[in-house]
Ligand binder design. Structure first.
Ligand SMILES: [Zn+2]
Length: 43
């Protein structure tokens, strides 16, 4: 069962760091660290 990054839609490996970002308390995004940064920068 793979998890995909909500930023780049590529798989997030089990050994990779992923960030769970809670949005409005209802949606949780899973992002690579660099994708989290891009997401934050892009608003
Ligand atoms: Zn990503």
């Amino acid at each position: 069962m793979g998890r995909t990054c909500d930023g780049c839609e590529e798989a997030v490996g089990a050994a990779e760091i992923q960030h769970d970002v809670d949005v409005n308390g209802t949606i949780v995004l899973r992002l690579h660290p660099e994708c989290l940064r891009a997401w934050l920068d892009g608003g």
